[in-house]
Structure formats: C-alpha cells, structure tokens
Design a protein around this ligand. Structure first.
Ligand code: GLU
Length: 393
C-alpha cells in the first residue's frame, strides 16, 4: 500500500523536479546541511509520515539536480521505533530507546533510500556519536567519509547512533549534531527544520507576537524570548536551536530555522524567497581546520588548567602564543595526552581550550617548570571570543 501510493506520488512529482530550475534565483552556495526534526517527519503516534518525507526528498532532489551538495541530518529513528514495539515492563528507558533506535533507524533509512532512489539519487547512512567529534582522528575519518560520499554523488544522511550513545555520551540533540556537521563540512548554510516557522519575540499565536526574521551579531541576548519548552518527539527545543544557530553563524555559516511542514521550504530558502523563517546571519569571518574543530569542543573537554596572570596576558595578546608549563598553577581533572582541556584564569574565567600535550599526571608533576615543549601548542588552541574579540589564525 505504502509503496504503491508513494510510487504514484513520486512519478507525478519527479517530472516536476527534472524540469524545475532555480534559474534566476540560483542559490549562492554549493554545499548545504539540512536538519530534519522528528516532529516534521513523524505522525502523532510516532510512525513515519512518508508523504512529508517525500516532500522533503523532492525539495532536496531539486537542489541536488542543480549540482548543490546536500548533507542531510535526520532525526526520527527513536520515534519511528517507538511506534513499532513496546518493550516489556522490566526494560529500562535507556534500553527501550536503544531498541527503538535499532528498529526505527532502519525504517527511517529505508524510506529515505526508497524515495531518493525514485529521483535517481543514492543515499547513504552515517551514524555518529559524541566520541566521533572528540578525537581529531575520528573527526577527520568522519569528514573524509562524508567528503568521499559527496564526491561520488552519494547523499549522506547523518543521525546520532542512538543505539550506543546514552546519557553523558549523547549530543544535546540533533541540532547540536547538525551544527557540528555543517561546520566540519564547510557548508555555506544550515537549514534547521522543525514544526514552527522560526524564533518569535513572544509566545507564538499571542497578540503582538512576531516572527524574528533576522538575527545577527548585534541582536543582543534573546533568552527572554525563547521558551525552553520542548514539543513532541524530538529532544531539542527552540532554546538549543537558537544557541547552536548563533554559534554556527558566528563561525561564518548562514543558519535558517524554518518550518519543515511547509511544502518547498528548502528551495524557497535557497532562492531567498520571502518565506517565514529566522535567518541567523553569518559572520563574515570563517574559521578553518583545527581551530574550527577545537571551537566546537567545549562540551568534550576532559579537564582544566589554571594559568597565572602573566600567561593569561600573553594568551590574550594578538601574538601567536603557546601555553607553557611555567604559566600553569593548577591542574584539574583527569585527561590523557591529546585530550581537550579548558584554560581557566585564577578567578575561574574560561579563557579558551586546547589539546593537551601532556597527560594530567605529568602536567601535575611539571607545574611551573620551564619545559621547552609547550603544554598546549598555539596551533591547537582557541581563545574564547569573549576574552578576545578576534580569533587567532
Ligand atoms: N537521534 C534521535 C532520533 O533519531 C533524535 C534526537 C533529537 O530529537 O534531536 O530519534
């Protein structure tokens, strides 16, 4: 039944996709990340909304046929699995979610593969965990994998590996994952699709409340507008969406929060058509390479080192400065060589982050010593934007 009705619908739509051109409104990007929330593609009982998925696929196919590289980040696995099985009472909630993800991820990918296949597009799956981003080698493996898929015209569909990532090993939600992926893959834009039109300046639907069309660096603190309430099946809410969007925009990527239940929302945004959405305007400065990876690593830091005032001043200076053991007064936490650690001043302010060249035991032994090998090399360090307006390159 599903196959028949979807077949009928896709045959009808495909002819449209092939003749559709973004002609005069050709998007100004060649690579884009699109995040699809659970609430967009699932029905009230959690089962997959195949017609909605078809609409998303159709929209993505239009971009794809224009030669635009698309990386899709899709939620929906846990919800789809939940609609299929009810684990026994003795199964705890963590295990239940693992089971749902194990079932739902297959269903989710089957739908995508089937529907993209109708447009002659091969879709492939990539499942990530937080650990994949913590270790630079894993990070590069993942980046190489997605790059190779794109080069070979395979459309990557990314999700968290919910079967194995539990509790503290989890991403906050797929919004966080989409931010990491768009930054890692140097996308020009990220579109985050949920079931609302964007960020409002009050309670949506209430008199006087309006959609905020544009947010940039000058927009100030938006916390008072944004509800931390979550809706439906997804893990994320507008609060995390907004903070991720601002962070990613500050790294030089345009972010759009939009309503994925509106038809052709993706192509409308790509054509810069006047559609309801919130645009987080990209900062013109784009970070690259190691420093970009590090700037996303604040949630992965394993420990911290406290630095004295002299070292703090040197690090905040515009010159390229590595952190030496002589500038360190305390070592907190347990970390291995190669782990990410925070750099903190005597008052406890976060100065930045870097990749430790010594483990915590060795660092502790050598506090204040004049060793030639730095504790954090300048190339593997980022200084907090708040402390230092311009990031070291
Ligand atoms: N990875 C989860 C899933 O596929 C969704 C997480 C989220 O809601 O952001 O169900």
């Amino acid at each position: 039944m599903f196959t028949y009705s979807i077949n009928f619908a896709t045959n009808y739509i495909i002819s449209g996709v092939n003749s559709y051109k973004l002609k005069n409104n050709k998007p100004d990007f060649n690579r884009i990340a699109i995040k699809v929330g659970s609430n967009v593609i699932t029905q009230e009982d959690g089962s997959l909304n195949d017609r909605r998925i078809l609409r998303i696929v159709e929209d993505v196919a239009i971009l794809y046929k224009q030669g635009i590289e698309v990386v899709l980040i899709s939620s929906g696995a846990v919800a789809a699995g939940r609609s299929e099985v009810s684990p026994s009472k003795k199964t705890n909630i963590v295990a239940a979610k693992q089971i749902w993800a194990a079932i739902g991820q297959v269903k989710l990918m089957s739908s995508y593969q089937f529907l993209f296949g109708k447009y002659g597009i091969q879709a492939g799956q990539l499942l990530a965990t937080k650990e994949s981003f913590r270790d630079r080698r894993h990070y590069l493996n993942m980046k190489n994998c997605i790059s190779a898929m794109l080069e070979n015209h395979v459309l990557p569909i990314v999700n968290e590996n919910d079967t194995v990532s539990v509790n503290e090993l989890m991403f906050t939600d797929n919004d966080e994952l989409s931010g990491l992926i768009s930054s890692m893959m140097d996308c020009k834009s990220l579109i985050i699709l949920s079931n609302v039109d964007g960020v409002y300046n009050g309670i949506p639907g209430k008199k006087g409340t309006e959609l905020i069309a544009r947010i940039d660096e000058e927009s100030g603190n938006l916390d008072k507008y944004i509800s931390s309430v979550k809706s439906g099946f997804g893990r994320g809410g507008m609060f995390t969406k907004c903070s991720i969007a601002r962070k990613i925009a500050s790294h030089g990527i345009d972010v759009f929060i939009a309503n994925g239940t509106r038809d052709s929302i993706i192509t409308d945004i790509a054509r810069r058509k006047n559609v309801p959405c919130t645009h987080f305007v990209a900062n013109r400065k784009r970070e690259t390479g190691v420093k970009k990876w590090l700037s996303h690593s604040d949630t992965f830091a394993k420990g911290a080192v406290v630095v004295n005032d002299g070292a703090k001043e040197a690090l905040l200076d515009d010159k390229a400065t590595s952190l030496l053991m002589v500038g360190i007064t305390r070592v907190d936490g347990f970390f291995r060589s190669g782990d990410i650690v925070r750099i903190v001043d005597e008052e406890g302010n976060n100065i930045g982050l870097g990749k430790a060249q010594y483990d915590s035991k060795k660092a502790e032994q050598d506090i204040g010593e004049k060793l030639s090998k730095p504790f954090i090399h300048y190339d593997y360090m980022v200084i907090n934007e708040k402390n230092k307006p311009v990031l070291q390159e």
